[in-house]
Design a protein around this ligand. Structure first.
Ligand code: UDP
Length: 459
């Protein structure tokens, strides 16, 4: 049996005061023909990172809308996570290492600051990795034991399950299968894309965050564009009294009276935590009381996390105003909520970013965001309205400086950000998009399957 992720119940009605009657009525209308439909979301991890965050809000709301939705995680072990991290890096266009060691990027040389645009280095794709990925996808197919009406497979880690299930238990593949890709694959290495592509062929539909991410030769005809979203009622995003927020800060020796900049992200070279420290250091010259919070949960499927945490800690040195925190220091949703809310400015200095839920999370709390204009970030940050899009460390310093010096402007950007998120990036919109896609697949699938069967070739 696959491991089921326990979920907390949520009520769609509780979202009415936030999104309005019209949106709730639309969701109810889209959900009506799908009542009782069996839905499975399958991904790699129950904890850490944007996909787990998204599913913890989406799955209970699908249930509240009347669908019979489940969330399960694939079979995995450290050797798989090493491999899937390499897949992730290769799909995001990492530079290749000369050795075949999976993963670990090189840190900055002793005594030198990190480069402004760090390179993410990963091992080239090889047959051993392909074998590991295939074995765990086949094992997950073996453990797959229930029929569904819709199966949504998230990201490349379990993307091969459908292929193996068709061989092992074809009777369980009658669902409409959707591959939800959360990654920016525009610069994917041809090797990994060439490997993955045939495994995608049997899917009925694929979801991408942006049109730019859709590979022109993807062997799936039915493509939907859906942006991720945040849950405004989760403990990470819900309103929080000032005293509670301040108590949490004090627990971590963070002074609520002094200025704070924050980046909430996994310790991952794509998130450039070293670059964030460089930004902080330059700002510190003009704001000597400035504090930096770098909080990153250790995702269960991210073996590089501790390695990169250590590199970041070394780069931070012993500056007591840099707060390097993880879930191992007790940082959970409530603490992330407090840190984002307490920040004068929230940073997201990513080199690549599928969407970057952390950006919407900060904007929803009325805080301005200074972020690199990569991936899905420009959808969220309207530069000069909800924060600033930047393209270098220098620009990041200048824009953050501007917002630190002008509290009124920072608050104005934050307020505009909250409305932008309300309009576009709340979980109810994501739910609505899924329901529409399911409805569409229910009505279209049989005709499309006929036309596509000729052009598909599986491995
Ligand atoms: N996150 C968290 N604790 C941390 C760091 C990150 O809960 O210490 C959450 C963060 O709030 C967000 C998610 O992990 O909800 C990260 O999603 P995002 O899309 O920003 O990036 P990903 O990790 O998927 O690349």
């Amino acid at each position: 049996m696959l491991q089921t992720v326990p979920i907390t119940m949520k009520e769609l009605e509780d979202y009415r005061p936030i999104v309005g009657d019209e949106r709730i009525a639309a969701i109810r209308a889209f959900a009506a023909p799908l009542r009782g439909a069996r839905v499975l979301h399958l991904n790699a991890t129950a904890y850490g990172g944007g996909v787990a965050e998204l599913l913890s809000g989406l799955v209970p709301l699908m249930r509240s809308a009347g669908l019979n939705a489940d969330w399960k995680v694939m079979a995995g072990a450290p050797e798989l996570w090493e491999t899937t991290k390499a897949i992730h890096n290769l799909l995001q266009g990492a530079n290749l290492a000369e050795t075949s060691v999976v993963g670990h990027p090189k840190g900055p040389r002793k005594g030198r600051q990190a480069a402004a645009t760090p390179r993410v280095i990963t091992a080239p794709w090889n047959a051993a990795m392909a074998d590991i990925w295939q074995r765990y996808n086949a094992l997950t197919a073996e453990l797959f034991d229930q029929p569904y009406d819709f199966v949504v497979v998230h990201d490349p880690q379990p993307a091969g399950v459908l292929h193996f299930l068709r061989k092992l238990k074809p009777e369980l593949t009658k669902a409409k299968w959707i591959w939800r890709c959360h990654i920016d694959m525009t610069r994917a290495s041809p090797d990994i894309w060439g490997f993955l592509k045939p495994y995608l062929a049997p899917y009925d539909s694929a979801i991408f965050t942006m049109q730019e991410y859709v590979k022109p030769d993807i062997p799936i005809a039915d493509i939907a564009l859906v942006t991720p979203a945040i849950d405004p009622l989760s403990s990470k995003n819900t309103d929080m009294p000032l005293e509670v927020m301040q108590d949490i800060l004090r627990r971590y020796d963070i002074d609520p009276e002094r200025p704070i900049i924050t980046q909430i992200s996994r310790f991952d070279p794509w998130k450039d935590p070293l670059g964030v420290i460089d930004v902080y250091r330059r700002l510190k010259r003009d704001y000597p009381t400035l504090q930096l919070i770098l909080a990153g949960s250790m995702a269960a499927d991210d073996p590089e996390g501790w390695h990169y945490y250590e590199l970041t800690a070394r780069h931070a040195g012993n500056d007591s105003s840099i707060h390097l925190l993880t879930n191992f220091n007790g940082v959970g949703n409530v603490e992330v909520n407090a840190f984002q809310r307490a920040s004068n400015v929230v940073l997201q200095k990513s080199i690549r970013e599928g969407f970057g839920l952390t950006v919407s999370e900060a904007l929803w709390k009325g805080r301005p965001v200074v972020a690199t204009g990569v991936g899905g970030i420009p959808l969220q940050v309207a530069s000069g309205q909800t924060g600033y899009l930047v393209h270098s460390t220098r620009e990041c310093v200048e824009r953050t400086h501007e917002l630190l010096s002008d509290r009124a402007l920072a608050d104005e950007f934050g307020a505009a950000g909250r409305e932008r998120v309300r309009e576009n990036f709340l979980i109810t919109r994501d739910l609505s998009d899924y329901l529409q896609l399911f409805g569409h697949l229910m009505s279209q699938a049989s005709a499309r399957t006929k036309t596509l069967s000729a052009s598909r070739s599986e491995p």
